[in-house]
Write a protein that binds this ligand. Structure first.
Ligand code: 5RP
Length: 228
């Protein structure tokens, strides 16, 4: 199986198991969530499902349109029944790092608004300790961002401004991202509290106690389920 097959089988399983007709559904961002969006599109087009969908990024909004799914603003729905999204790292307690795709802020708001947050990953995303493989993305205001970099590095990381085409990468919210590489994040709750009080920080990619279920696909084709 290719790495894309592993992403596809786990994303499709999540849609088949958790998305029911009439639900309000959050659509994640990234190459794994892409397969979930395609599957949701099939449910809408071929099975006539009536879903109210909210996208976690402008990219996902465009993909949803391509696959025949109408999306609404999160401001129009009170809550979501279920969201299916990917992650960059998952630890044994189902704590996550997200945001390498640049959509962490909307993803976190949608996750917090969802009764069920279903995370779909292949086994390469499993870690014993967060931060050991992926950097932690931190979304910051453009105004004064070099000062935020210094404050972030005081927390023990190397903070690198994310670039795109020679210019700072700009999020859907109009902000910048610093990718913060720690050796490891041994106390994510403490680190999150330290990062979020830095003036200029908008949010960070630690998703703590937000996942209700994690589905992990392995190269032998099996899917492990944690949570409910
Ligand atoms: C985007 C994200 C993605 O969910 C995360 O980066 C995983 O993406 P992929 O499935 O492409 O590996 O957090 O902001």
């Amino acid at each position: 199986m290719t790495s894309d097959d592993l992403k596809r089988i786990v994303a499709e399983r999540a849609v088949d198991d958790y998305v029911k007709d009439g639900m309000k559904v959050g659509l994640g961002t990234g190459s794994t969530a892409y397969h979930a969006i395609r599957r949701v599109g099939r449910l809408v087009r071929e099975n006539g499902y009536n879903l109210t969908c909210v996208a976690t990024s402008s990219g996902t909004e465009g993909l949803a349109r391509e696959y025949g799914i109408d999306t609404v603003s999160i401001n129009e729905v009170g809550h979501l029944d279920v969201t299916i999204d990917g992650a960059d790292e998952v630890d044994p307690e189902m704590q996550l790092i997200k945001g390498l795709g640049g959509a962490l802020l909307r993803e976190k708001i949608v996750a917090a608004a969802s009764r069920q947050e279903i995370i779909v990953v292949d086994e390469s995303k499993k870690v014993d300790v967060l931060g050991t493989r992926a950097p932690l993305p931190v979304e910051v205001l453009a105004f004064g961002h070099p000062f935020v970099k210094t404050a972030l590095e005081r927390q023990g990381c190397v903070a690198t401004l994310r670039m795109s085409g020679g210019l700072p990468f700009v999020t859907d919210g109009g902000n910048y991202i610093y990718d913060c590489k720690f050796e490891s994040i041994n106390n994510p709750f403490f680190l999150e509290s330290r990062i979020n009080v830095i003036p200029g920080v908008v949010d960070n990619g630690l998703f703590l106690n937000l996942a209700s279920t994690v589905l992990v696909s392995s190269s032998d084709g099996t899917i492990e389920r944690k949570g409910h």
